[in-house]
Design a protein. Structure first.
Length: 319
């Protein structure tokens, strides 16, 4: 099961004890993945579609617990695409009308059952109801990427008004939510890992939140280790390159002017570097007698390199 599927599975088992929150969550399901039909006798029926069995059960349970209505359920299999879709259906006009009136959606569907544009603000007035609505919206048409690969959270809305409302609700929790038009849908999304942790907390998916946090910690540890390794590698490469140049300069001096006229300190440093080309400056200074600090040995080696460059210039050599 994908990480997104795990989040929906966890949310599907979360039934709010508060009736107003259950209504808010049900309003999200109807608005995001539901259709309302009105027949020639002006009678309503509601059908809520999903490809997730657990989400279908959640909708069924919400309707039963909130309104004491037993909905019908249907399953449709697409053999060619190898997909299964589920539908929770309220066929009786009286039952459908009760639900639409409770979710304040009845007026939205008076014009021959057109799609809902937005949910009545009264439904999501309280903070707990905002959480419930976002929980329902994600289960209805949301998805998340695998946090091991990338951080991406989105809810797909069929209308611009619904997209703006979902985005505004997320922003009310200090989320940096943004909306983008993708084909004919309006997608509300989050990209930051910390923001996705927060939205999971808002939707009360605490188990998934902990799993995501564990992934984030591991990724941060790997990144830290990689940065340190890269830094160490760069330092080693720098040290090796400097040592190679020092050996070349010292060898050049030895072959051209010799060490006889050089100060004793420079000769000592030169012989130590030739004998130990792989040592760091600190290690090289420590083997001298008496020992010399890192800055001291660096000064001597720099003097040798400057002298080698000077000799090259005097003899017409290349720097």
């Amino acid at each position: 099961m994908s990480f997104s599927g795990k989040v929906k599975e966890e949310l599907a088992g979360n039934i709010s004890p508060a009736r107003h929150c259950r209504i808010a969550e049900l309003a999200a399901f109807i608005g995001m993945c539901g259709t309302v039909a009105i027949n020639s006798f002006d009678q309503y029926s509601i059908r809520i579609h999903t490809e997730n069995l657990l989400v279908a059960r959640k909708v069924f349970t919400l309707i039963q617990k909130t309104f004491n209505i037993k909905a019908d359920a249907s399953v449709r299999r697409n053999i060619s695409k190898q997909t299964v879709s589920y539908a929770v259906v309220i066929r009786r006009h009286e039952d459908a009308l009760r639900i639409l009136q409770a979710t304040k959606m009845a007026e939205e569907y008076e014009d021959n059952g057109e799609s809902i544009h937005a949910v009545d603000p009264l439904i999501v007035q309280q903070t707990c109801c905002k959480r419930a609505f976002l929980r329902g919206a994600f289960q209805a048409s949301g998805s998340m990427s695998d946090p091991n690969k990338s951080y991406h959270f989105e809810i797909v809305c069929s209308t611009e008004e619904m997209g703006k409302q979902v985005c505004t609700l997320m922003q009310s929790f200090s989320m940096d939510a943004k909306t983008v038009l993708r084909k004919k849908s309006y997608v509300v999304y989050l990209k930051e890992g910390s923001q996705i942790v927060d939205i999971l907390n808002i939707m009360e998916a605490h188990v998934s939140l902990m799993e995501l946090e564990n992934v984030r910690i591991l990724k941060e540890m790997r990144n830290t280790v990689n940065r340190k390794v890269n830094c160490e590698t760069a330092n080693i490469n720098k040290t090796v390159s400097a040592a190679v140049k020092q050996v070349e300069d010292i060898t050049y001096l030895k072959e051209t002017i010799g060490f006889e006229n050089l100060p004793e300190g420079l000769v000592e440093a030169a012989l130590a570097r030739l004998a130990n080309p792989d040592l760091t400056l600190k290690e090289l200074g420590a083997i001298l007698n008496p020992p010399v600090g890192k800055s001291g040995i660096n000064h001597r080696l720099r003097k040798l390199s400057e002298l080698a460059d000077k000799v090259r210039q005097e003899q017409g050599g290349l720097l």
